[in-house]
Every structure is written in structure tokens, then in C-alpha cells.
Design a protein around this ligand. Structure first.
Ligand code: ATP
Length: 594
């Protein structure tokens, strides 16, 4: 398959922000793709070579990339560096240089998708001493035969900068349309994706064997399942209203959600984003080996703990575990405990279709025989009255938790779904919104005074999944320490772009723009109508969006979240409506008191 078909589609995708148009472009690309390589094309669209759980990176240094462009274009390094300083993107630099060179069309070897993929694959798998030079040769060999457009996308990909921002749901829609003729079949594809965590494989199955085969996709050990998610409410009474008279209530721990896959001689750990993070928690791996079963997939929250006092510590402490080297030291200095709250698979059989009560029983039985104190079963009660939940929540907060999770007793494990079968209630921040928001940084204003040379404020956006657009909701400048400011300045540098990103919608003017990538957590005092921010625009009042009042960075950088996992505009709209209700209630309470 001609790689130019892919590059052309990418180019068109970058220029549109309409979800329908994106889907059409994908459908037409999928239809032109030979079924044998549709998995590869799907991964390329996602900007990867394999599903995330494989944990494979291309790992080419920036300097090497510039050298590769020099080697294949014959241009000198300083000219290339100059263009790079201007564009801020290696792919765009490659495209511009190749264009200015007006490369000949007498290529020695045709640029097929197969060739691009297998070369990228070799780059990813080249490791050890001298590997940078070897990677450089491989990239140069591709660029040598590539057009300007092809070079642009090859280099974006190599640098991990190919971010078309296509949500998985759009790819699923396009696959359903291309291979079954109807968008309605997306559900079946989505179910297969939810349990396999692998869009490429789902694409290949539907393209080669059809929808029926897709329906047979089940859980496989060492392939992460997409996590079940929770809706939110503000009070125990509201949560109970959504349940069937009674519900399970569990501690909501403030750590990192992980999925643990235990085989006979192997344990792997996956993050909420389905990345393999086994290396962060060798102590959890060790502890899990003591569970007496051949195979199991368990889910839980790993939490930092003070071993002397037994106190749970905030989420930030786990940051120390995210490193390639020195994990041994981090393990000693920042010990963790593992709190399991679900079981999805045991010895060859899936548990996801069992109701919560049965899964909890199975989980309890599994952990009954464990030998290791670092493994715990999450604290739980079954409650039928709001007062019970209130008391349990107070105890949870005293014990260092963020709040509670209320779970429907009859619910199966709904992989990938966010529904009211699980409801989170977080501790109230006095006179502040009951919940924090996870927002994406999309722009910045330069700082003044003490903040000269840093950013004074960042523009944050919520995600609009229906249109796949990030819509602004506030500027935030408080809550940052000097360390944060420095850290943000550096980490944002690689996401800096010259214009507002095509998928960002805002009425604000900014000094700099960023591609939507970094997710941070904020709290705020309330939500207000806004003429300049565009989150949930027109949904409450014509011509107005919603904005956060007095937003403050909590100190949490949510690098466990993709930008598409940010708080959605719908969630903000419903928080606004809830806020109106409580204010209304407070007003009438006040009146009664008077
Ligand atoms: P979400 O995961 O819902 O997108 P989030 O990552 O911002 O949102 P929260 O809003 O804090 O997280 O709440 C959900 C998270 O709470 C879960 O993903 C999980 O990491 C954590 N959690 C803690 N305790 C539990 C529990 N007992 N059951 C399920 N999840 C729990």
C-alpha cells in the first residue's frame, strides 16, 4: 500500500475539526487498506506501533533526528536547526527542508506502508550501545526515498509527535462503517476493544473475518482491559437514589489505579491508560506472587503509605516511582500498599459478567490466603441509608481517603463504561466545588515580576467528546510553586505550537499556544456563565460558555490521563446545574431560618 495515501489522509485530518469529516476520511482510508495490514494502519493513526501495553518506544534523540534530515537532504545542520527553531517541530522541519530541496521523484525503492512500518519497527527494537547511530541510519534510509509530505509524517511519528487527536470512538465508528456498512455495529467493536485494549487487532478481525468473529473476542491474560469508570454526585442521598435501595460503599483511595495480571511465573501491571508500568512497582509484583492462584486479573489502587504510622499519603508521593533508574531506592523511601477492589479473571474464566457481590466474594476468597501485608482488600460496607454512607465516608476521610465509591450490587463489570453503576463521592472542599476537575493546558500568558521568563497563567480546556474539541474553561495562575513553574515551562516547551491548535476552541487571546497534551487537576470555588470561555457554550444560555471562578492548581499533574480523559464539557454543565440546585436550596434554607 502506498504510504502517500496515509500521509495524505493525515494531512487532511489535521485541517479539519469536524468529527463527521474525520470519520469519512478514516472510512475511505480503511477501505483502501489491504486487510492484512489494517492493524498497522490503525496503530499509525493512533501515533503508535503497537497497543500501549507493549510499552515500545522509538527512542530517537532530537539531535539524531536533525542529523537524519541533514544526511538525506544534503542540507547543512545549522540551516535545519534554524528551521527547527522556527517551526518547533521536527516533522514540519523535515517537510520544509525536503520541499525546499525539491527532491527528485526517481526514488530507489517505493514508499509503502509496509516499508515504513517495518523500518519504524526496527528503529523501536534497536537497543544497546551504538543504537542511536543505527536508528539514525534507518531513519535516513526512509527519508532518502520520501517526498516532503511523507518525510513530515515519518518524522512526526519518529519523534512521538504525530497526534492527530483522533479519539478511539471515531476510529471504531469508521471501522463499523467501512466493514459492516452501519455505525450501529460500533457497539460490538467497542465491546471487543474494551476487553482487549487493542484497536489494531479489533480492526484486523472485523476487516478479515467480520462482525461475528469480533463478538468472540474475550479477556486474555497480560492484555489490559479498559477500566470501568464512575459517575459523580455530591451527596450520599443522591448516590442512593441511583441505586436499588442498597449499595456497596468502598473507601476511595487517593493513589494510582492499576490492573494486575498474574500468571504462573509472570506478573505485569498496567496503568489506567493501559500502559505497562510493571517497573514502577517491583514490590507489588513481589507481593502479588503470594496470592494463591495460577492466573488472575485484579484491579485496585496502589497507595503511598507511611509504614511507621500506617497513614496513607497523597497521590503525589507516587511520582517518585515513575522513573527508569533508582526504583530500588524509591521503593525503600516511598513504600506502598495495594488495595484491591475488583477481580476480572481467574484461572481461565472471565468474572466480568458476574454481579458485583459475586466478584467481591471471589476477590475476598483469593486474598484470604495471601501472605503479604502489602496487599489488602479495600474497606467496604453495604448501606441502605444515607446516614450510614455519611459515617463511613467520615471514617474514610479520617483514614486518608478522598471519599467513597458507591457501587451497585447487581452490576456486572462494564469495561470502558462510565455509568451510575459506580458513583464517586469526594470530600467537600469547604465552599468550593465538591469535585476537582482535570483540564488540559492549551495556552499560556507570559509572567511578570517574579514570574518573568515563566508562564504567569495557563489557559485550560475541558474536552467535548461529541465534537472531539477542547473548549476553554479558565485561566489559572494560582497554586503553582516555583518548582512547578519551572517544570511547566520546560515540559510545555515541547508542546508549543505557533497557532491555536485546530482542536482548541476559545474566545481568549494568548501569548503562546500548546497542543492539548498535559492534563492538570484544579479546584475552583464555583462555575459561572462566561462570554469568553467556550465550555458547554449555548447549552445553558445562548452565547455563553461556562467558566471556573477562582481556579487553583492542586499540585497534581495527571500524567496518568490522556487529554481525552479530561473532565468533559457535559460534566461541567451538570456540575453547574447541580450547583444551581444547591444554591437554590441554601437560599430557601436561609429564608426559612430568617
Ligand atoms: P475517572 O477515573 O473517573 O476518569 P479520575 O481518574 O479523576 O476519574 P476520580 O474522579 O478521583 O478519578 O475517581 C475515580 C478513581 O478512583 C478510579 O479510577 C480509581 O483510580 C480510584 N479509586 C479509589 N478507590 C476506588 C475503589 N474502591 N473503587 C474504584 N475506584 C477507586
Amino acid at each position: 500500500m502506498d504510504f502517500d495515501l496515509v500521509a495524505q489522509t493525515f494531512e487532511q485530518m489535521e485541517q479539519t475539526s469536524s468529527r463527521l469529516a474525520l470519520t469519512d476520511l478514516l472510512v475511505s482510508l480503511f477501505k483502501k487498506t489491504p486487510p492484512e495490514i489494517i492493524d498497522k494502519v490503525t496503530y499509525l493513526i493512533q501515533g503508535k506501533l503497537y497497543p500501549d501495553y507493549e510499552g515500545i518506544e522509538l527512542g530517537l534523540a532530537e539531535k539524531m533526528a536533525i542529523r537524519a534530515i541533514a544526511a538525506s537532504s544534503g542540507e547543512n545542520m545549522s540551516t535545519i536547526e534554524q528551521v527547527y527553531r522556527k517551526t518547533g517541530d521536527i516533522g514540519d522541519t523535515a517537510g520544509e527542508i525536503m520541499k525546499s530541496k525539491g527532491q527528485s521523484t526517481l526514488f530507489t525503492e517505493p514508499m509503502t506502508v509496509e516499508r515504513v512500518y517495518s523500518t519504524l519497527d526496527k528503529i523501536a527494537k534497536t537497543a544497546g550501545p551504538g543504537s542511536q547511530e543505527a536508528k539514525l541510519r534507518l531513519v535516513s534510509s526512509l527519508l532518502h526515498d520520501a517526498t516532503a509530505r511523507q518525510s513530515r509524517y515519518i518524522m512526526k511519528f519518529v519523534m512521538g509527535k504525530l497526534r492527530l487527536g483522533i479519539a478511539d470512538y471515531t476510529v471504531l465508528d469508521a471501522l463499523a462503517l467501512a466493514f459492516t456498512g452501519s455505525r450501529a455495529n460500533r457497539q460490538a467493536l467497542e465491546t471487543a476493544y474494551n476487553v482487549s485494549g487493542d484497536l489494531g487487532t479489533v480492526a484486523k478481525i472485523v476487516a478479515t473475518s467480520g462482525l461475528e468473529e469480533v463478538q468472540t473476542v474475550g479477556i486474555t491474560l497480560f492484555r489490559p482491559i479498559r477500566p470501568m469508570l464512575a459517575e459523580r454526585v455530591s451527596t450520599p442521598a443522591e448516590a442512593l437514589e441511583r441505586m436499588e435501595g442498597k449499595a456497596a460503599v468502598e473507601y476511595k483511595l487517593d493513589g494510582e489505579r492499576i490492573q494486575v495480571h498474574k500468571g504462573q511465573d509472570r506478573v505485569e501491571i498496567f496503568s489506567r491508560r493501559l500502559e505497562k508500568i510493571t517497573g514502577h512497582y517491583p514490590d507489588v509484583v513481589e507481593a502479588v506472587r503470594s496470592i494463591n492462584t495460577k492466573e488472575a486479573i485484579l484491579e485496585g489502587e496502589v497507595v503511598a503509605v507511611n509504614l511507621e504510622t500506617g497513614e496513607y499519603l497523597p497521590f503525589q508521593e507516587l511520582m517518585h516511582r515513575r522513573r527508569k533508574h533508582g526504583v530500588e531506592d524509591a521503593m525503600k523511601n516511598y513504600p506502598v500498599v495495594m488495595n484491591f477492589f475488583d477481580v476480572l479473571y481467574v484461572d481461565g474464566s472471565s468474572k466480568t459478567s458476574l454481579p458485583y457481590t459475586e466478584r467481591r466474594k471471589a476477590l475476598k476468597a483469593l486474598l484470604a490466603g495471601k501472605q503479604d501485608d502489602r496487599i489488602r482488600l479495600v474497606e467496604q460496607i453495604v448501606a441502605s441509608e444515607a446516614g450510614q454512607i455519611d459515617r463511613f465516608m467520615a471514617k474514610a476521610i479520617e483514614d486518608g481517603c478522598e471519599g467513597v465509591m458507591v457501587k451497585q450490587l447487581s452490576s456486572t463489570y462494564r469495561a470502558g463504561a462510565r455509568e451510575f453503576a459506580w458513583i464517586k463521592i469526594k470530600r467537600e472542599y469547604r465552599s468550593e466545588l465538591a469535585d476537582t476537575l482535570d483540564l488540559v493546558i492549551v495556552g499560556g500568558l507570559y509572567g511578570r515580576g517574579r514570574r518573568v521568563g515563566k508562564y504567569g497563567a495557563l489557559l485550560l480546556a475541558a474536552y467535548d467528546p461529541e465534537n472531539e474539541i477542547f473548549r476553554s474553561v479558565c485561566k489559572v495562575g494560582t497554586g503553582f510553586t516555583d518548582v512547578h513553574l519551572e517544570q511547566f515551562y520546560q515540559s510545555l516547551e515541547e508542546h508549543r505550537i505557533s497557532h491555536r491548535h485546530a482542536r482548541v476552541d476559545t474566545g481568549m487571546e494568548m501569548d503562546v499556544w500548546f497542543e492539548p497534551k498535559i492534563v492538570i487537576e484544579v479546584i475552583a470555588s464555583e462555575i459561572t456563565l462566561s462570554p469568553s470561555h467556550t465550555a458547554a457554550k449555548d447549552s445553558i444560555r445562548q452565547g455563553y460558555g461556562l467558566a471556573l471562578r477562582f481556579p487553583k492548581f492542586t499540585g497534581k499533574i495527571r500524567d496518568d490521563k490522556d487529554p481525552e480523559d479530561a473532565t468533559s464539557v457535559q460534566e461541567i454543565a451538570s456540575m453547574y446545574k447541580r450547583q444551581l440546585k444547591t444554591i437554590g436550596k441554601q437560599d430557601s434554607d436561609d429564608r426559612q431560618v430568617k
